[in-house]
Design a binder for this molecule. Structure first.
Ligand SMILES: *Cc1c(COP(=O)(O)O)cnc(C)c1O
Length: 423
């Protein structure tokens, strides 16, 4: 009787969903938005917090740095505390500052301390290009040739094998930098195990959480991870260009930041304007210059929602959505040569599903013509990222039903199989 491929089944699942009420908080319009893993949607709360902070500029001028409900001078720390439960850290280990790429530069320039015998950085070949560009330039700045000093573990069909990463943690490795969730396949790496193994060998380890922050729970402090970075415009819904985040384990407090600026200073002495930097006592040491206040403001509202719902409920629904998506793809689309390129084991899967198909680019365009928004990843992948806070089981059903029509009626053939500039 519970035929899962019927629209009624999907609607009944939505009725049981405790997060259903949050959908109304977001500006979704008439589309089914499945790209929250690239740019999360605007919520009413994020809109309000942006306008509140904007108005403090109107009202206070320069005094906004210390006045109002969210004084600008301390906003990076205030937001760090609000993000801390999502990464499993103490409030003063987390800071909202920079962007993912700038924060990689900041923390790698701080924690990469090569010696004559231990100078290599271990990464992987499936990570996001910006991470690799940053690692290469950090190696070059310290006088190393990345062709020798950057090790990239090879992925197989977009997946990494932890045993192989561990086998490559040799005596010449100084630092490891890996993604928590791979941006294409959505595979989760076992951060706890990798951190333990790195530390057994005296290697510092950091993670890029761009595709896991706000989607899965983290216990960075308990796992003893050295440092982490992430962006806040994907699952966190902080808006285009939202200021990023970083975590530094408290055992490293008191170090000189690799990239210093006047905001790296202890806040109580910053305005003494001395030329000797007194480094801030906690993660504040990694702030560089004047914070981008208006690009942080939506996070005040966006994070309120996460702290109200809790990451465990979000993870539970996210897995229910991706499991349902996999089930429908397997039962409804089996004749159309799609390959699910994400882990089928839910404990290894982040919050999105990657689908491989030779006509992926034109299929994505056909989906968009039906107001369903996935994203395309070259050369032939469709990435579908249902978001626990604003996607429903109905959205998943409708997406697969539409895909089935697109294939059955060969609608994709009316679109060119090439990507746009973005996507
Ligand atoms: C989105 C993403 C980035 C983007 O970096 P920015 O500096 O925010 O542009 C970097 N790395 C990974 C793994 C990402 O998913």
């Amino acid at each position: 009787m519970n035929n899962t491929n019927t629209v009624n089944f999907a609607i009944s699942k939505d009725k049981e969903d405790p997060l259903e009420c949050f959908k109304e908080e977001f500006y979704i319009g008439d589309k089914i938005y499945l790209d929250g893993n690239s740019l999360g949607l605007l919520s009413r709360r994020a809109e309000r917090s942006l306008m509140d902070v904007f108005n403090t500029w109107k009202e206070y001028g320069i005094d906004g740095w210390l006045k109002g409900d969210h004084p600008w001078f301390f906003m990076a720390q205030e937001l760090g505390e609000k993000l801390a439960p999502l990464v499993g850290a103490n409030g003063n280990e987390v800071l909202v500052t920079g962007s993912t790429t700038v924060n990689i530069h900041q923390l790698v320039s701080t924690f990469y301390k090569p010696t004559a015998t231990r100078y290599k950085i271990l990464a992987d070949d499936a990570t996001f290009p910006s991470d690799i560009y940053a690692l290469k330039s950090q190696l070059q700045l310290k006088g190393y040739d990345p062709t020798d000093s950057l090790i990239r573990i090879e992925s197989i069909h977009g997946m990494l094998v932890e045993d192989e990463i561990i086998e490559n943690m040799n005596d010449d490795v100084s630092l490891i930098f890996l993604p928590s969730v791979l941006y294409r396949s959505g595979q989760i790496l076992d951060m706890k195990r990798l951190t333990e193994e790195a530390h057994k060998r005296g290697i510092t380890i950091g993670f890029d959480l761009c595709h896991s922050i706000g989607a899965i729970p983290h216990y960075l402090n308990e796992w003893d991870v050295d440092f982490a970075v992430w962006c806040n415009y994907k699952h966190i819904n902080g808006g285009p260009g939202a200021v990023g985040g970083l975590y530094v384990n408290q055992k490293h407090f008191g170090q000189e930041p690799g990239l210093a600026g006047w905001f790296s200073s202890r806040k109580d002495v910053q305005f003494d304007m001395k030329h000797e930097l007194e480094v801030d006592v906690d993660a504040g040491a990694y702030e560089i210059g004047t914070p981008h206040v208006l690009s942080m403001a939506p996070l005040l509202g966006a994070l309120e929602i996460f702290n109200e719902v809790g990451i465990n409920q979000i993870r539970k629904k996210s897995l229910a959505l991706t499991n349902y998506l996999i089930e429908l793809i397997e039962s409804e689309l089996q004749t159309y040569h799609f390959r699910i390129a994400s882990p089928l084991d839910e404990s290894k899967r982040g919050a999105h599903i990657l689908l491989e198909h030779e006509h992926a680019a034109s299929i994505c365009k056909a989906l968009k013509s039906h107001r369903i928004i996935p994203d395309f990843r070259a050369p032939n992948f469709i990435r579908i990222g249902p978001v626990a806070l604003y996607n429903s089981f109905y959205d998943i059903w409708k997406t697969v039903d539409t895909l089935k029509n697109i294939m059955e009626e060969e609608q994709y053939k009316t679109f060119e199989n090439t990507r746009d500039i973005i996507g």
